[in-house]
Write a protein that binds this ligand. Structure first.
Ligand code: NAP
Length: 465
């Protein structure tokens, strides 16, 4: 099977690549193991400098890198530029924070000296999705490489050019050969890589099915995993909110990345008192979105990344309508070239429908009417997922309750959910486990090592073990 790059706006094949042979893969794993031996001994400052140089390359090449992402997976060019800039920012943040993040923590015990140090684990396998093809990888790679690990990227088969560009950036930044490798292989070979004794841990961002399959293999081999999986994030609007503002943010939160973001708001849970106003404003805005060529700066909604995604959402919408949901706008594929689907608002959505129970990975919003805050929280938590959650309210008491009671890895009040290098990112329930970003993400792939040093005390007495 060849790994192909297909432009989702036209269906045209841009490039194709032969996957690595078993022999080549073995050589790559051997190289990763060798490089880890030297990379872990570099000073943290040297590793941080390498990340800073990678950030410079992202910035210098931002237009070309953004263009590659847009042509390969269809996101708006403006969004691709923002993604490239975010990668540079993340690399700079980890580089700047390296002393604080890697400094040993002194702990007073019965030892002469005791402390906790943070050591790398070794080669880490990262299985990544196509939807934020640079960002998903960099938010793994920046902390992992700074920690002294080496990275083995198995990117989504639909974004081979981005995958190769990432390897080239880290090489050009001066990271040694083998420190960050892009492995062009099909998903059927991930289990073999994960089982290999040279791979010490693994992370996957993607679907539940893929996450469970990697976790099963790593579980059998007792290797640490971090999983960032799907989401069906709630977006709650309560009566004290600025409803017009909430509707504006709701559209942005739903259609970001052409609707294909794990932390896109998917279920809009609106208090009865402001439901009609919100529904009208959101429907008006969704219907008015300019759909078209993602390279055109005026476009507000581009295509889905592949035909299968369009078939999936079409089925989910049609089944929800059969079960009683109402289409306020959209609800159909858009004819012509490319994998376009109309911006859609569904109302009268209830449990048992795909629009309520499943992840909608497309620009389709499901609206729920609720009588009070208790019901809003109940509906928000009535999902298998728990990635992000967002709520609009000016009431401090409601804000505290929402922060405490929403079952999600992140709660954003009066703003849409987003990732930020300074804050941990991850989920609960079927959205996965473990964290990325911040110091929490960095520690996931480190040996948190206790060091206890005894011997003669200053007062001449022997230390007690
Ligand atoms: P996917 O099919 O699970 O693919 C993700 C990655 O896993 C790809 O590299 C894929 O390789 C690989 N893969 C697929 N099946 C596998 C298996 N059985 N064993 C090992 N690896 C396997 O996911 P997707 O549909 O492309 O991405 C969308 C999903 O990702 C959504 O559910 C979305 O919410 C989730 N996501 C989550 C986050 C987060 O941070 N929580 C962020 C972004 C996306 P191939 O391409 O070669 O199949």
């Amino acid at each position: 099977m060849t790994i192909a790059s297909i432009n989702p706006a036209t269906g045209e094949t841009l490039a194709s690549f032969e996957p690595l042979s078993d022999g080549e893969l073995d050589q790559r794993l051997a190289l990763a193991e060798r490089t880890f031996g030297s990379w872990r001994r570099e000073t943290a400052a040297a590793r941080a400098q390498a990340l800073s140089r990678a950030a410079e390359i992202f910035t210098k090449r931002r237009e070309a890198l953004a263009r590659t992402a847009t042509l390969e997976m269809g996101k708006l060019y403006t969004a691709s530029l923002a993604e490239v800039d975010k990668c540079a920012g993340c690399l700079r943040w980890y580089a700047a924070e390296h002393e604080r993040l890697l400094a040993p923590e002194v702990v007073a015990t019965d030892a002469v000296r005791s402390y906790v140090r943070f050591d790398p684990l070794g080669p880490v396998l990262a299985v990544m999705p196509w939807n934020f093809p640079y960002w998903q990888v960099v938010r793994f790679a920046a902390p992992a490489l700074l920690a002294g690990n080496v990275g083995l990227l198995k990117h989504a088969s639909s974004v081979p050019q981005v995958s190769l560009a990432l390897e080239a950036i880290f090489r050009e930044a001066g990271l040694p050969e083998g420190c960050f490798q892009s492995l062009l292989v099909e998903s059927g070979r991930v289990a073999r890589i994960a089982r290999d004794r040279r791979v010490r841990a693994a992370t996957l961002t993607g679907s539940e099915h893929a996450g469970a399959s990697l976790a099963r293999v790593c579980g059998e081999a007792l290797k640490k995993t971090v999983l960032e999986l799907g989401g069906s994030d709630p977006f709650i609007v309560l009566p004290s909110a600025d409803v017009a503002k909430a509707a504006e943010v709701a559209v942005a939160a739903r259609v970001q990345n052409n609707g294909q973001s794990c932390i896109a708001a998917k279920r809009f849970i609106v208090h009865d008192k402001v439901f009609d106003e919100f529904e009208a404003a959101m429907t008006r805005r969704m219907a008015a979105l300019r759909v078209g060529d993602p390279m055109d700066a005026r476009t507000e909604l581009g295509p889905l990344a592949g035909e299968q995604l369009r078939e999936d959402i079409d089925k989910q919408v049609r089944r929800s309508v059969e079960l009683g949901a109402a289409v306020r706008t959209g609800g159909k594929r858009l004819e012509g070239r490319g994998f376009f689907y109309a911006a859609t608002v569904l109302t009268k959505v209830s449990a048992g429908m795909p629009a309520a129970d499943e992840e909608l990975f497309a620009p389709v919003a499901a609206l729920f009417r609720v009588p009070d805050l208790d019901e809003a929280i109940r509906v928000a938590n009535a999902t298998r997922y728990g990635l992000g959650a967002c709520a609009f309210t000016r009431d401090p008491g409601e804000q505290e309750r929402l922060a405490a009671e929403l079952e999600a890895g992140s709660v954003f009040i009066n703003g849409m959910v987003k990732s930020d290098s300074r804050l941990p990112f991850g989920g609960v329930k079927l959205s996965g486990y473990g964290r990325e970003l911040s110091s929490y993400g960095m520690r996931e792939f480190m040996n948190v090592k206790s060091v206890w040093i005894g011997g003669e005390q200053h007062d001449g007495k022997a230390a007690v073990e």
